[in-house]
Ligand binder design. Structure first.
Ligand code: NAD
Length: 398
């Protein structure tokens, strides 16, 4: 029975799905340091981790039997993806599982800022009854400007419109406008039109400091600002100045250039203590629902890979999915050099089998071909495929 090891308190749905896919599943609550991880990986076929466990080239080299890694989170920086690809280890993550959670937090914050809920709440907790409509607004009919119209930005667009907001967006790419949203041709155009500006750009290097004093100055007076994307994209000193001057009427920030490493560590920020500013400790995507969906999504990808060889949405291998069924199937991860496919097909033919279906994909140094054949794969053919000098890993299915 193949074995799966799941670390870091992954949602139990992953255990159910991998067990149903034929794995004997072992779970460990916490992360493992490199030495303990290496010991724990003996005889393990599939590893599941979250963000704390580091999987480096050394661990991969020591465990050639490891075939796939599930990163049950969004980021994959904790895994040496290049070394994993070179070793023929497929890596999957969950890029969309917490999208809805981030969007719901953004909606909650837009309403909270427009109604100055934080200030009202603080005053009442301090014993001051301050019942007033001053500075409180409905969001209906207001214009929301979304910068970065990807998974999160575009879903926020749909929900904001459902609440009666007008939506304008700006993206570097030509993204399909959902509902009645309108595309802006430039960031400046968006800043001119929007009353609430929300950042949902990705973490590419070029976005460092993309929103600072110049951009805040171009925002409409008394508008609202949100950042739930990456901390380093916003100049927090400039945001502080604009809140204190009153040019920006309120802000919600979930991500910071430097975030405390450990639970309970002191949080240091220029934004602490400002009026109508909501600060949250990078919890945009942190909900029970998102955790469940991450477990379901990543375990599903691992199970598909094990059953059919499908690598769709793998973060380090070519995306290959061969549909249909046949007498037998194999997947060959190989060095991406000319002539491999011809050699594979010649070997299949030499052993008297016919190719029923075949899909090839390449990504950088690695190629992946999944092949359906019309008869059960003979051991001699499998041995010959394994012995090809270009072979990185051979897997059979069924
Ligand atoms: P995505 O890749 O689907 O979308 C990002 C979009 O931003 C893309 O359409 C891209 O073209 C656009 N973009 C990049 N740079 C831009 C720029 N300078 N100007 C305009 N558009 C630009 O990503 P996503 O899944 O929607 O995530 C968005 C952000 O949210 C990411 O930075 C991600 O790390 C972050 N995130 C935060 C949390 C949280 O807990 N707060 C949770 C999940 C994701």
């Amino acid at each position: 029975m193949p074995r799966a090891l799941l670390l870091e308190n992954i949602d139990p749905v992953a255990v159910d799905l991998l067990s149903a896919a034929g794995y004997e599943v072992e779970t460990v609550r916490g992360a493992l340091d490199p030495a303990d991880l290496s010991a724990a990986l003996d005889g393990v076929d599939v590893l599941g981790i979250r963000s704390k466990t580091q999987v480096d080239a050394d661990v991969l080299a020591r465990h050639p039997g490891l075939g796939a890694i599930g990163a049950f989170c969004i980021g994959t920086n904790q895994i040496d993806l290049t070394a994993a690809a070179a070793a023929g280890v497929a890596v999957f993550n969950a890029p969309y599982s917490n999208t809805r959670s981030v969007v719901e937090l953004a909606i909650a914050e837009i309403i909270s800022l427009a109604r100055r809920l934080i200030d009202r709440d603080r005053a009442l907790h301090a014993g001051t009854w301050d019942k007033s409509a001053s500075g409180s607004h409905e969001i209906r009919g207001r214009t929301l400007g979304i910068i970065g119209y990807g998974n999160i930005g575009s879903q926020l667009s749909v929900l904001a419109e459902a609440l009666g907001m007008r939506v304008v967006y700006y993206d570097l790419e030509d993204k399909l406008a959902l509902g009645n949203a309108e595309r802006c041709n430039s960031l400046d155009e968006l800043l001119e039109r929007a009353e609430t500006v929300t950042l949902h750009v990705d973490g590419r290097g070029g976005n460092a400091g993309m929103f600072g004093a110049e951009q805040f100055a171009k925002m409409r007076p008394r508008s609202l600002f949100l950042n739930l994307s990456r901390g380093f994209v916003v100049d927090h000193e400039a945001l502080r100045d604009n809140i204190l001057s009153g040019h920006i009427a309120g802000a919600a920030v979930d991500v910071f250039p430097e975030e405390p490493r450990e639970q309970g560590d002191e949080f240091v920020s220029a934004l602490r203590g400002l009026p109508n500013v909501i600060l949250t400790p990078h919890v945009g995507g942190s909900t029970q629902e998102a955790q469940y969906d991450i477990g379901r999504f990543v375990a599903g990808k691992l199970a598909d890979y094990t059953r059919t060889g499908t690598t769709t949405l793998s973060v380090n291998l070519p995306a290959v999915a061969l549909h249909g069924s046949s007498a037998d199937r194999f997947g060959l991860l190989h060095h991406n050099i000319p002539g491999v496919l011809a050699r594979v097909d010649a070997l299949v033919g030499d052993h008297g089998l016919n190719v029923d279906g075949q899909v090839l994909g390449t990504r950088g140094q690695i190629g992946y071909v999944v092949t359906d054949v019309n008869a059960v794969l003979p051991a001699e053919l499998l041995a010959a495929l394994r012995e090809l000098p270009e072979t990185v890993r051979l897997t059979t299915f069924r």
